[in-house]
Design a protein around this ligand. Structure first.
Ligand SMILES: [Ca+2]
Ligand SMILES: [Ca+2]
Length: 252
C-alpha cells in the first residue's frame, strides 16, 4: 500500500443496510435446495445419485473444521463460529458479527478455516457447493480477497473474489471439482485476507453451508453460481497452479 489515502468510512449507510439484510437474509438462499440435514459424515457417495457425500451446516459448531487466525501475511485473523439467526443460525464467519467489522486498527489481517479430510469419489463429476453472505470493500481491485482452495495434489484455488462488495443475502455456489481430484483425500480451505489496512469497516464473510456431492451442476463442466440477477461473482482457476498464500498485493 502506498499510504496515499487515509482510511475512509466504507459505506454511507452501513447500519441501515445491515438492518435491512438482517430481515431478508434468507431471501437469497431460496434457490438452495437442501436435501436433508446431514451432519459431517464422509461416507462413500452413491455416485450418480446426486446424493451428498458430506454436508456441513455449522449449526452447533465447526463440524471438524479448524480455524487458523495466524495464517497468511496479515495474521490477527477473525474467523470464528457464528450462531446469529440472521446469518444462517450457524456459519463460519470472518468478522465480528452483525454489529461489527473486520478492522484491526489500520493493519492487514488474514486467516483461514481448514476442513477435515474429504474423500472425493473416484468417479465424477463431483461438485462442491457452499453458501456465502458477504460485505467487503469495493474501492480498489484485489483487496478483501476471499477464496476456496482444494488442498490435494496439487493445491488449487477453486473460487476467488476480491473487492466485490456485498451480497443481498446468502448466495449459493456450485463448482465442479476438477476430475484429477477424483479418488483423492483432500482438504478444503476458506481463506480471507484484507491485503492491507484500508476499508475494513465491513461486516465480513459468512459461509453458511458446505457440501461435497457426486452431483454435477447444471451446465456440467462449468462453474455455476446461483445468484441474483446482475450478480457476476467469481473466477474459477483453470491453470491448476497453486497461487499460494501470499501472491503480490496490487497497488492502491
Ligand atoms: Ca479492505
Ligand atoms: Ca448453517
Amino acid at each position: 500500500m502506498t499510504g496515499a489515502r487515509a482510511p475512509l468510512p466504507s459505506t454511507t449507510s452501513t447500519m441501515g443496510r445491515r438492518a435491512f439484510l438482517g430481515r431478508t437474509a434468507a431471501v437469497g438462499a431460496a434457490a438452495w435446495t437442501v436435501p436433508s440435514v446431514i451432519s459431517m459424515d464422509p461416507v462413500a457417495a452413491a455416485v450418480g445419485s446426486c446424493s451428498g457425500v458430506s454436508v456441513c451446516e455449522f449449526t452447533s459448531g465447526l463440524e471438524g473444521w479448524t480455524i487458523d487466525n495466524s495464517w497468511g501475511s496479515g495474521v490477527n485473523g477473525l474467523w470464528n463460529h457464528n450462531t446469529e439467526a440472521s446469518r444462517d443460525g450457524g456459519s463460519l464467519h470472518y468478522g465480528r458479527g452483525t454489529s461489527g467489522n473486520f478492522q484491526t486498527g489500520n493493519s492487514r489481517n488474514s486467516g483461514r478455516v481448514l476442513s477435515p479430510d474429504f474423500e472425493i469419489p473416484g468417479t465424477g463429476p463431483n461438485t462442491v457447493k457452499f453458501t456465502v453472505w458477504r460485505e467487503v470493500e469495493v474501492q480498489d481491485p484485489g483487496y478483501d480477497r476471499f477464496r476456496l482452495r482444494i488442498l490435494g495434489s496439487p493445491n488449487r484455488t477453486l473460487y476467488e473474489v476480491s473487492s466485490i462488495g456485498d451480497t443481498s443475502g446468502f448466495e449459493a455456489y456450485t463448482i465442479t471439482i476438477p476430475s484429477s481430484y477424483n479418488g483423492q483425500t483432500v482438504q478444503f480451505q476458506f481463506d480471507f485476507d484484507t491485503r492491507d489496512g484500508l476499508y475494513n469497516d465491513h461486516e465480513g464473510i459468512y459461509v453458511g453451508r458446505f457440501e461435497v456431492t457426486a452431483c454435477p451442476p447444471a451446465g456440467a463442466g462449468a462453474a455455476v453460481g446461483f445468484a441474483p440477477a446482475g450478480f457476476s461473482s467469481f473466477s474459477l482457476s483453470t491453470t491448476g497452479a497453486d497461487d499460494g498464500d501470499d501472491d503480490p498485493v496490487p497497488a492502491r
